[in-house]
Each structure stands twice: as structure tokens, then as C-alpha cells.
Write a protein that binds this ligand. Sequence first.
Ligand code: PLP
Length: 243
Amino acid sequence: MKEDTLHNLEIINNRIQKACEKAGRNLDEVKLLLATKTVSAERIKIALENGQFLIAENKVQELKEKYEELKNTPHENHFIGHLQTNKVKDILKYDVTCVQSMDRLNLAEKLHQRLLSEGKTLDILIQVNTSEEESKFGVHPDEAVELIRKVSEFSTLKIKGLMTIGLFSAETEKVRSCFKILKNLQQEIISQNIPNVEMKELSMGMSGDLETAIEEGSTIVRVGTAIFGARMYPDSYYWNEGQ
Ligand SMILES: *Cc1c(COP(=O)(O)O)cnc(C)c1O
């Protein structure tokens, strides 16, 4: 298990390095985030003890289950799944530092209220549905600027950038167009100079499409399968409404 994980990490780091070289970017511009849904705390720990730092869960339940076992191993925890408003409290309790899946105003309101009462702030990325597949969460690209303007008014929420899940397709150019939408949106938002909004991070690219994402300006690639192997549940289990 340990050898597999470390070997796979090496392969991923090489892929990231090659993609950066090809795109003429510095390696330190791209962070590797481990998408750890369904992965045991024991296995996550192996990665954390061998050079990795940034991990993310999709479900509050898993965050909670792995918390005790991971809390003494240095790391940073993001949240990348659909967040129900009644789980907001747990996100803070289990030390999530960034919610990458902010996609609606009422979630922002709930988070803000909770953060105010705890005297905390939280980094967030706005999740954009660039593939326009109904099965995926995220604000529609046409509505993203308006959402960002509204969310920016909540003083406890620190907008750091955008996140998207690219189209699942073997056709690279179709996938690329999703990443271009996110990059263009980033540029548009930067040009609007909205107070309390930073647009440094573009979280895009996964096991299958990280090279394309890096070419298009990704600063965070989120990788699960290529490091930890195939999952038992299809991704729709994590991405669809009502789960
Ligand atoms: C599972 C997941 C990933 C990682 O996907 P892989 O294809 O396993 O690399 C990235 N982002 C999100 C939001 C995920 O749910």
C-alpha cells in the first residue's frame, strides 16, 4: 500500500512537472491537492508523511471519521463536495481552511453567520459549472459575477478564486474549453476590481485532465484516482443532488 501510494505520487509529480515545463510555468505555481474521498486515514497519512500537505474531502461524514487519526499530522484541509447548509458547523469544527465548492448565496449566508459567531474567517473558491452538465454543481458561468459580488459583501468569507470540474470527455479540446471559461471568468472578475475579492487561485484539473488544466492556468490540481486507485462508488454518488 505504501509503495503504491508513493510510486503513484511520484508519477503525478512528474506529470505536473512536465506540464509546467510545456506551458512555460514555474512548478511552484501549481499545488497538488489530494482528493481523498473513500481513502482510509491510514493511507492519507502515508502521503502526508511523504511530502504532501493539501487534502480535501467531499463529504462531512468522511471528514469527521478521519479527523482524529489525521489531526496530529501536519496538513491543510479543503472541502470540495456539495455542502449542505446544515453541515456548515462541522466544516469549521474539523478545521477546513477553504471551501472550494461555494456555489450559492444561501450557503454563503449560513457560513457567514456561523463564522461571525465564532469570530473566524474562511477562504472560499466559487465553484463554476463550466461543462453545463446538470449532474454537476456550481454556479452557471453567466451568473458567477453576480454571485461573487454578493458573496464579497460577507466580511468573513475570503474569496480566493474559482473552482471547476471539467467535462468528462476523451476529447481534450472540449475539456480545454471548460478550463478556458474559468480562466476568462477570472480575468473578467479581476478587471472589475471588486473589494474583498482575490482571484489568484484556479482550482481545475483532475487525474485525467491535469495537463490540459495546467496549460490553461490551473494553480491547484485535485487528484484522487491516479494516486489512490479507482473508487468503489461512481462520482455521481458524490456530485449529484440529494446525496
Ligand atoms: C473526486 C474528485 C476529484 C479527483 O478526481 P480523480 O478523477 O479521482 O482524480 C477532484 N475534484 C472533485 C471535486 C472530486 O470530487
